[in-house]
Ligand binder design. Structure first.
Ligand code: TYD
Ligand code: MG
Length: 451
């Protein structure tokens, strides 16, 4: 006989409680508990057909080298996946609504003429998908489209059709009969992902799952899901800007922190081959408060324009706003300016913007940020053909950054004449470069060099 059990589950961190709580004791979020009911005899039966009596195998007997990745024919996507799609892998792609997840997935599905692709949508009707496919134009007439939200039917279809690739848009709309909770609840999402993962591994069919993100920017149903899948990609960007960045957050088959850059057009997403050229402004005038920094995203050097605006604060509490850069890190750099260089910024408004709507996590951009702030503070522009690469420590010391050679090559390629780097970057490797390398060891040396 089946036994029904009801628990309250925090939709943010999956903490379970026997009674309804206002505040989650685990993640401290308010009003996140939802009652979910489990029927004991059914909850695991749906996965049974996939379970075999497995025995351990010697490592040496496992064939390891012979899997071939599927080429997606989208270089930027191949890059973030670590060189293509691994058979049997489950890839979760998250992002804000409207960022272009469905567009990217449909573009991927339409790339293949010789492979069977099954595109399952629980969000859009077949007509809507057809309209979108018409916009993208690259029509693969053999694409199989299914409008379905029942997990059992999805798995049935995968097992009968045996496609080469499956896309599920989105995991939050899929629902299994074995749980009574509503679609999109944390137990539904986890159970559906688990069963799809088993199906992917069992039949060696790669599956892409689209996932919505919640208001904090996490994939809804959140970290729990990231543990289950093989690859987590995040699609991000400023909705008012055409650039979109696909970032690897987790990859069991390749490097993380790789990025792919796309541009949204009326006929879908286009790859951006030379991002640095686009991210630098095209103006010829010299403005104060801009500095070009060298950042490294994954293995990819990017030159980006950092813009700072420093002004007198009309209010008691000065405003500090950043766009594309960690605001705590900017506050730290402002404290370094004040303490180590005696530049007064405490009563000033400081705004910082990374051009192109891109988000930077690399600390190698510190030197450019601090230079842009100094330039705006003194209202004196920095020479146009210089760029910066260095991390700034609390002592004001300029520290070396990783892969300096690659950064220098990128700057050379884009016609820069000089680059300011940490003097410790030079010691380790003798760098041959057409660039004039300006080496410094402390931030206090910056003003006389740039102004
Ligand atoms: P979509 O892929 O539906 O976003 P998501 O699935 O992440 O919610 O993309 C939505 C936006 O992209 C929408 O505002 C329209 C725009 N778009 C284009 O600009 N060009 C196109 O070719 C397509 C298909 C969409
Ligand atoms: Mg969508």
């Amino acid at each position: 006989m089946s036994k029904t059990k009801s628990v309250y589950i925090c939709q943010s961190c999956s903490f379970q409680s026997a009674k309804l709580l206002g505040k989650c004791p685990s993640c401290n979020e308010w009003n996140t508990f939802v009652e979910e009911t489990f029927t004991k005899s059914n909850s695991s039966s749906s996965g049974k057909s996939l379970v075999q009596n497995l025995k351990p195998v010697r490592l040496s007997e496992i064939e390891g080298n012979n899997f071939t990745r599927i080429n997606t024919h989208i270089d930027e996507l191949n890059r973030v996946l670590g060189g293509g799609i691994v058979p049997g892998s489950v890839v979760l792609i998250g992002g804000e609504p409207g960022i272009g997840k469905s567009t990217l997935m449909l573009q991927l599905a339409l790339q293949f003429n010789n492979l069977t692709v099954l595109y399952i949508s629980g969000e859009e009707s077949l007509y809507q998908i057809k309209l979108r496919a018409n916009r993208i134009k690259n029509a693969n007439e053999n694409l199989l489209v299914l409008n379905e939200t029942s997990l059992e039917s999805v798995i049935n279809n995968i097992e009968t059709i045996k496609p080469d690739l499956v896309v599920v848009d989105s995991i939050q709309t899929i629902q299994t009969d074995s749980l009574e909770s509503i679609p999109g609840s944390i137990s539904q999402i986890k159970e559906c992902t688990n069963l799809l993962l088993k199906c992917a591994k069992h039949h060696s069919i790669p599956i892409f799952l689209v996932g919505h993100i919640n208001k904090d920017g996490h994939i809804a149903g959140p970290k729990a899901l990231e543990h289950i899948v093989d690859v987590v990609l995040q699609f991000e960007g400023d909705l008012s800007n055409q650039y979109r960045i696909l970032r690897t957050l987790k990859n069991r088959f390749g490097p993380t922190s790789e990025i792919g850059i796309f541009e949204m057009f009326s006929d879908g997403l286009h790859e951006v081959i030379n991002p640095s050229e686009l991210l630098l402004s095209q103006h010829d005038d010299f403005y104060s408060g801009t500095a070009v920094g060298s950042s490294l995203e994954g293995n990819r050097p990017l030159l980006i324009e950092v813009q700072a605006l420093v002004g007198n604060s009309p209010y008691g509490t000065p405003q500090r706003t950043t766009n594309g850069f960690d605001s705590r890190r900017m506050n730290m750099l402002l404290a370094v300016l004040e303490k180590r260089m005696g530049i007064k910024v405490s009563g000033k408004d400081v705004f910082l913007n990374i051009a192109g709507g891109i988000k930077i996590n690399d600390t190698g951009i510190d030197l450019a940020v601090i230079s842009a702030i100094i330039s705006s503070g003194f209202d004196s522009s920095i020479a146009k053909k210089i760029c910066f690469a260095g991390e700034v420590s609390l002592t004001g010391e300029v520290r070396q950054v990783s892969k300096i050679e690659q950064r220098i090559r990128e700057a050379e390629k884009l016609g820069f004449e000089s680059m300011m780097i940490s003097k410790f970057s030079i010691k380790k490797e003798s760098i041959k470069s057409k660039l004039k390398l300006i080496t410094i060891s402390n931030v206090s040396e910056i003003p006389k060099l740039i102004l």
